[in-house]
Design a protein around this ligand. Structure first.
Ligand SMILES: [Zn+2]
Length: 307
């Protein structure tokens, strides 16, 4: 059995928690799925409409502070990005995610708990090779001084991300990671964040109803309100990289390319995927077999297969 084959989980996972924006309690199950079924969300609370919502870029209906997808009946699933990032990082290709409310639980605001829960359930290989999307041409989305760009890379998925926040302790941070080579612990441990001064406004807009110091870093000008402090010294930009990994997985497969982003977020990453897939010259999709793989990727999947 090749280590490059598609993976699912060994056994059913059940998680309960609240939605960051809805504040509602949600029960979520992750179930094993067959090769080539991909990842799907299933709204088990929906009675009369189509329950299945696929996490694909062309199903994205909202990118304001989180990524929300819907199906043709308008049934939605929101704040999917941290769970999608955990699945990407662990190399999971096929699962069914059942939930009884619209929003995926926020847990601790990072992907740490998702990673631990999935690892505990175990990862199961199949006999089907994984598919990969390779960037063939530079594609860029620019919005004044914010931009995101996908460039060609022969062997990896690199993400180079910078943020620039004026007048707060967040400030400017930049980090560059190699998704298939690096230890991503600092990435998946990094929590979502917001400015204290924005909270009233978010709540007026019906957002962040479930937000607390248990699931978000909150910054009051130059002070972090979370008593336990930061988990790593680039936690803010590392969380943006985590979001970017989760949002890139809405391409449907793992990606080989080089992503550079300044001050982007869910919206820019989504626009990048829309532009990328609007022209078949921009990318190619192929099955990964041992002989056409970089050594680094093979090692990464070997590690995963015994994790
Ligand atoms: Zn996030």
């Amino acid at each position: 059995m090749s280590i490059l084959n598609q993976k699912t989980i060994n056994s059913k996972i059940s998680v309960s928690g609240i939605g960051l924006h809805s504040g509602k309690n949600v029960n979520l199950n992750i179930l094993p799925a067959n090769p080539n079924e991909g990842i799907s969300f299933k709204r088990v609370d929906i009675v009369n409409d189509e329950k299945i919502v696929s996490p694909l870029f062309n199903n994205v209906c909202d990118t304001n502070l989180c990524t929300t997808i819907n199906n043709h009946a308008g049934v939605k699933v929101s704040t999917i990005e941290h769970l999608m990032a955990a699945l990407y990082i662990l190399g999971i290709d096929n699962v069914v995610i059942e939930l009884d409310s619209q929003e995926v639980p926020i847990l601790d605001g990072s992907s740490k708990d998702w990673i631990n829960i999935i690892k505990k359930a175990g990862i199961k290989n199949s006999n089907s090779p994984i598919k990969v999307i390779k960037i063939n041409k530079t594609v860029e989305i620019r919005n004044s001084d914010k931009f995101i760009r996908a460039d060609v890379s022969n062997i990896n998925l690199d993400i180079d991300f910078e943020i620039k926040y004026p007048n707060t302790m967040i400030g400017s941070q930049r980090n560059k990671i190699s998704v298939y080579n690096d230890n991503l612990e600092d990435i998946y441990n990094s929590r979502t964040f917001c400015k204290y001064e924005d909270i009233d406004n978010l709540k007026r807009l019906g957002l962040a109803k479930g937000g607390s110091l248990d699931n978000a870093l909150v910054i009051d000008k130059f002070k972090l309100l979370n008593k336990e402090g930061l988990r790593n010294n680039k936690e803010f930009v590392n969380h943006k990289i985590l979001d970017c990994i989760g949002d890139i997985y809405l391409s449907g497969y793992k990606v080989v390319g080089s992503i550079t982003c300044s001050q982007g977020g869910h919206s820019l990453t989504h626009q990048l995927l829309v532009k990328l897939f609007s022209d078949k010259k921009n990318y190619s999709v192929f099955e990964l077999k041992g002989k056409n793989l970089p050594h680094s990727l093979i090692e990464k999947y070997q590690l995963k297969s015994i994790a």
